[in-house]
Write a protein of this length. Structure first.
Length: 382
């Protein structure tokens, strides 16, 4: 072996991979990794089948299928009231993970600082490290995970290049409101900081609350890129397809990296999604669908000693397990798989520092049958 110096020395496999493997090993019900156990809508599957017979088997355009980009542009206009040019301001990506990685790579240089909120989705930090950047975490505290904007402001230095927002948030299940964006705008005015807004759960938002996309805010438009995922919206996380939206001058830089990173994305899925999404109803009832699941899962939890936190969006439910145990969260989650047959995700991997909290994350994007089976097992924990 030759000597190599790892660029990600502390990079273990992700907690999602780890817990899914453990769930499989012990044949546990997997409420850990965030994926639905049901199929995408039948009409979407039909669109994919029909498209497969239509000779769209060669490279799609580098920035994405034009009809899909046009549909996305219309969707943004109707939902967020802002206009983005499908030709120059929207790019189709191989999932949100690639869009985030590409955006970070395009703008972050060695020594640049990137502010993230912790607990944070696990791909942000390694992407920043690989770009040579420095992660500057702002820690949010349960149960509300509120942001103190004055404190946040203190993290900004002349090296700050980017701030990553995630709303609805994985794992906290909280959402940004108009006031949050206003505060962020005030803090960023006069700086050269880019906002990277991860909005993969844009349609999973509850209690009649509208999704506050960064794309709604004209003041932030010039400094922002927003990232979305069809995987979350249409129950097809395995398809790995998403998109990035941002002003032309930012998108130009994004595409410079995108073309060397993946060049272009699965041609058939792009055409099929364009056909399916031509009807806005395709994405209009998703919130209601998941709200029913959220309420059902919370009803199940009412018969246990788990203390559920509020869920404003996403398909995740955070729970405090301290009534059961004073174990650390990783041990508790592993123990639950091995001895009680249910997998969840501990929160520690979402932090860079020691986490002494007693929270785990359940995914409720599951059939009623599976949730019922999980309920029996959860009720048996003492
Ligand atoms: N951001 C967040 C907050 C997520 O939860 C996920 C997981 N789906 C992603 C990005 C990645 O999305 P994709 O599977 O489309 O790469
Ligand atoms: N986003 C999913 C989650 O939070 C997992 C994606 C992955 O496994 N990389 O559970």
């Amino acid at each position: 072996m030759i000597h190599i110096s790892s660029k990600l020395p502390s990079g273990d496999t992700t907690i999602f991979t780890e817990m899914s493997a453990l769930a499989q090993q012990y044949q546990a019900i997997n409420l850990g990794q965030g994926f639905p156990d049901f199929d995408p809508p039948t009409d979407l599957i039909r669109c994919v089948q029909e498209t497969t017979a239509m000779h769209h088997h060669q490279y799609a355009p580098m920035a994405g299928d034009k009809s899909l980009r046009a549909i996305i542009s219309q969707k943004i206009e109707s939902l967020y009231g802002s206009s983005f040019d499908p030709i120059s301001e929207i790019t189709i990506t191989a999932g949100a993970t690639q869009a985030l990685f590409t955006a970070i790579t395009a703008f972050i240089r060695s020594g640049d600082e990137v502010i993230i909120f912790e607990p944070a989705y696990d791909s942000y930090r390694p992407s920043i490290i690989l770009a040579g950047g420095i992660t500057v975490p702002y820690t949010l505290y349960a149960p509300d995970f509120n942001i103190d904007w004055d404190n946040l402001k203190r993290l900004i230095t002349d090296k700050t290049k980017m701030i990553i927002i995630n709303t609805p948030n994985n794992p906290t299940a909280t959402v940004f409101n108009a006031q949050d964006w206003k505060k962020l705008d005030e803090i960023l005015t006069g700086t050269q900081i880019i906002v990277l807004s991860d909005e993969v759960y844009e349609h999973l938002i509850f209690d009649g609350c509208p999704h506050e996309s960064v794309l709604k805010y004209p003041h932030l438009r010039d400094r922002s890129m927003a990232v979305f995922s069809f995987g979350k919206t249409f129950h097809c996380t395995g398809w790995k397809i998403g998109y990035c939206v941002g002003s032309e001058y930012l998108m130009q830089e994004f595409r410079k990296v995108h073309q060397w990173n993946v060049f272009s994305v699965n041609s058939i899925l792009q055409k099929a999604l364009a056909t399916y999404m031509a009807d806005p109803q395709s994405y209009q009832n998703i919130a209601k669908f998941y709200e029913v699941k959220r309420d059902y899962f919370r009803q199940i939890l009412a018969d246990t000693s788990f203390k559920p936190l509020d869920v404003q969006g996403t398909f995740f439910q955070l729970c405090d397990y301290s009534a059961y145990s004073d174990m650390d969260d990783r041990s508790f989650a592993k123990n639950m798989v091995i001895h009680h047959g249910v997998a969840a995700i501990p929160l520690s991997p979402f932090y860079n520092h020691e986490n002494e909290g007693t929270l785990i994350r359940f995914c409720f994007a599951k059939s009623t049958e599976l949730l019922d089976q999980a309920a029996k097992k959860l009720r048996n924990i003492h």
